[in-house]
Ligand binder design. Structure first.
Ligand code: TUI
Length: 315
């Protein structure tokens, strides 16, 4: 059994969060992960406040276990979503794509556990000072909006920089990844891509198929020019985006315009031409569809075996 302070802090059996993935992480996936002993997380992305409220209530109807909500701070809906998580007394809020400065004081005062995703040691220190009870150090191997540093480089440095517990994220999809994150100082992990293949994940079947068929070199980070690079699977959309961003005659507005709506087209419509299928570099290691609970127990079973045998080479 692998127990860390993360389990006690969040009331979960296994020290794993399921990443809040835009247009992907709904009440179905989040409740399945929480029922499986991890922390399921609903992605609020661009939802209006009331839509988020009903997703939170739908999740509560499916599980008595704790779950979280991810607020994407670049979203124009973030302020109203911040209010809804307060009113609904959500157990955990994770944040991404920015600093939670405007909201964190009220959340902490209301007893909400705030766990920001951080791409650097400076930001990790900043959010710890603001009242975060843990941080997620996410390397650029991950899917979606990515920072510069890799998990291997970022994670141990964030662990040294803060006193609160750290979860490692980016490039973790099996027990080896979990064991490695623990070796780098993490007390837990967050996984997104691995949960794309969960039975309870409601994304379009084309999306699942693309993840299951992905090879090691099949993701690409686009959007660096706009200041918010996004990692997704290579397809006509992402290749065209990549070309456009290196074409000086294309304006930033045109580039933004081209990307608008592409996440929804991928996740909900399965549009292989125009959709942006966000996934981490580890997609190639996602090989079968299975229940979320089985994903968790399988990963931790493997991690336990590895960690128990970790001194094999030490004399
Ligand atoms: O947020 C994510 N992953 C995401 S958000 C998203 S939706 C989106 N759509 C279009 C364009 C951009 C995003 C898809 N995937 N991961 C957590 C994460 N947070 N990664 C990096 C950061 C981050 C970056 C900067 C956290 C804080 C930060 O602060 C610095 C600042 O200047 O705000």
């Amino acid at each position: 059994m692998i127990k860390t302070p993360i389990c006690e802090l969040f009331g979960i059996e296994y020290p794993i969060f399921q990443g809040g993935m835009a247009w992907v992480s709904d009440a179905s996936l989040a409740s399945a992960v929480s029922e499986g002993g991890g922390l399921g997380i609903i992605s609020a992305m661009n939802m209006p406040g009331e839509a988020l409220r009903s997703e939170i209530r739908a999740c509560r109807a499916r599980t008595d276990k704790p779950f979280g909500v991810n607020i994407m701070l670049m979203s124009p809906s973030a302020p109203e979503q911040a209010q809804v998580v307060l009113e609904e007394k959500v157990t955990v809020v994770t944040t991404g794509a920015g600093l939670p400065s405007k909201f964190i004081k009220d959340w902490v005062a209301a007893g909400i556990k705030v766990v920001p995703v951080v791409p650097s040691t400076a930001i990790a220190r900043m959010v710890e000072r603001m009242g975060a009870c843990a941080v997620i150090a996410e390397g650029g191997e991950s899917g979606g909006h990515v920072g510069d540093l890799t998990t291997m480089v970022l994670l141990p440095q964030v662990c040294d920089a803060v006193k609160v517990p750290v979860l490692g994220a980016g490039g973790i999809a099996d027990g080896r990844g979990i064991a490695a994150a623990f070796m780098l100082g993490a007390q837990g992990v967050q996984c997104g891509t691995r949960f794309l293949s969960a039975f309870e994940c409601t994304i379009h079947e084309n999306y699942k198929k693309k993840v299951l068929e992905a090879r090691d070199i099949d993701t690409i980070a686009t959007g660096k020019r706009l200041g918010h690079p996004v990692r997704s699977l290579k397809n006509p959309f992402s290749r065209k985006f990549f070309e456009m961003e290196y074409d000086a005659s294309v304006t930033n507005e045109e580039l933004e315009q081209y990307g608008t709506g592409a996440l929804r087209l991928a996740a909900r419509e399965g549009d292989e031409e125009h959709g942006c299928f966000m996934a981490g570099q580890i997609a190639a290691m996602v090989k079968k569809e299975q229940p979320a609970a089985e994903i968790i127990s399988e990963m931790f079973g493997q991690a336990e075996q590895i960690l128990l045998g970790a001194t094999k080479w030490v004399k």
